[in-house]
Design a binder for this molecule. Sequence first.
Ligand code: GCB
Length: 559
Amino acid sequence: MGRLFKEHDKRQVVSIGGFWRFIEDAEGKGESEEWFKNFPENTEKMFVPSCWNLSLGKFEYFGIAWYQREIDITSKNSLLEFEGALSYAKVWLDGEYLGDHYGGYTSFAFKLTNMEIGIHTLTVMVDNSADDTTLPSDVADWYRYGGIIRDVKLHNLGNTYISSMHISHELSENNDSARVFVKGNISSLIGERQENITLNFDGKEIAKKTITLGDENAVEFEFSAENINLWDIGAPNLYTVKIATSDDDLADRIGFRRIETKENKIFLNGKSVFLKGVNRHEDHPEFGNAFPVSLMQKDLDIIRNLGCNTIRGSHYPNSKEFLDLLDENGILFWSEIPMWGEQSVETLEKPILLSRALYMHTEMVNQYFNHPSIVIWGMHNEIETKEQIAVDITEKIYKLLKSLDSSRLITYATDRAEKDICLKYCDFISINKYFGWYGGGTDAWKGFFDELKVWFKKQGVEEKAVIMSEFGGAALYGNHTFDNIKWSEEYQANLLSESIDAFIESGMVCGTYVWHFADARTIRPVTDRARGFNNKGILNEYRKPKASYFAVQEKYQKL
Ligand code: GCB
């Protein structure tokens, strides 16, 4: 798959998914034995895209695996694109090293120039092992699938190549027009040459520039869009922007909208909005993170039916198809990198952790910048924000994100808000708290909010908007009881209803993301997570509703 609209008219793109040769490398000897030159004979087949753990016998295989296939290169210049490989990948073509990529949920590509037309051999090493400095770490509460989880594509290029397009806008005061800024990255693949670059907006050519193209050129356009319709919740007005050279083109879709926060509230297009949300893992028991588009649409329908206007993509960048669907359906999205807590202070102090985080944020923002549905960047989740090292990390990430994108809100999810010393470095405060499940009953909410008011004042952040980014409890699907006991559907439904009531009553909360949408497989031990799943879903892993789905629906539909 790929984007849900046509990105290219001139450029031909072919998927090279399907069955690839596959072999596990538990001892990690493939590189020293140069498997990229001599691939072992005794291989299996693995479908791309998929998570290898869901093939029979590989459920608990974590580590290195190798993929290989022949590819038919039909043009002298091309681009080899991987939409996602979990979590670290190295790539060779005909035994020659092309490069590597860290981070399993974003795409990466290699430019192939002056190639011989014909059959070539592509070899990929994928490593999903983890430790305390990887993102995600080895204890994160979701399943650590491995594999080439998203499509692989070969783009045929001609003499020019448009590698990216960044589109930003500034709305007029009354929201009926906008200044639009388009930045394209374009290169000539055959040495310096003159090119006409055209800009199309909403189906019409509106500008043209003649440029001498070299290896890498930034080409900028600026124009006014008049009489526009805003992109809003449930009003997904999208506009297509396209840049083109004589033999390449790139289109994307934008929406005009403004997200802001002031005086303890969040505003979308000038109107105060209550965020009614769920956290969602892009995971399904049969497909893992290689999530099919048909099921994405079903998830979205279920989420809309719940009365939601937003989803948190916990805890990693979601696939491009899902973001396209959100753009098309007018649903707000919180996108984050898999920087998930429980690291010790010593680990947080290791420079590699921060450098990985900064790199992954940069990639996420650059790749997802144009999506109107994304209104929030999430910096990290439940790190040790009572300690100075977390202040340093948060400040650096916050400043980086602001420099890359000043148009969206930035936050992080804290599970220690009442002692958190990083709160200065976020646009609004997001709290994970599980009264009714981990420690304390739902009657503890009131005292908690009183405590927060005092702490926030002390930290000088009392004007910031506050949302509940996680709350909930587990229920086993089909486990019913007359008594209000843990793990029953009734207990979970009551917990969520009482919590949402307490949030509204507090007068402090302007958004709620239930933890979580559907039961999701986890790496945590079964002694801690029954069935090997995080069972706090309001649906089970096959998307069958628990009683809590209807309890939340009742609350959300009234809000
Ligand atoms: C959290 C984490 C989330 C976990 C959840 C839980 O605070 O952010 O990833 O899965 O709690 O169920 O404990």
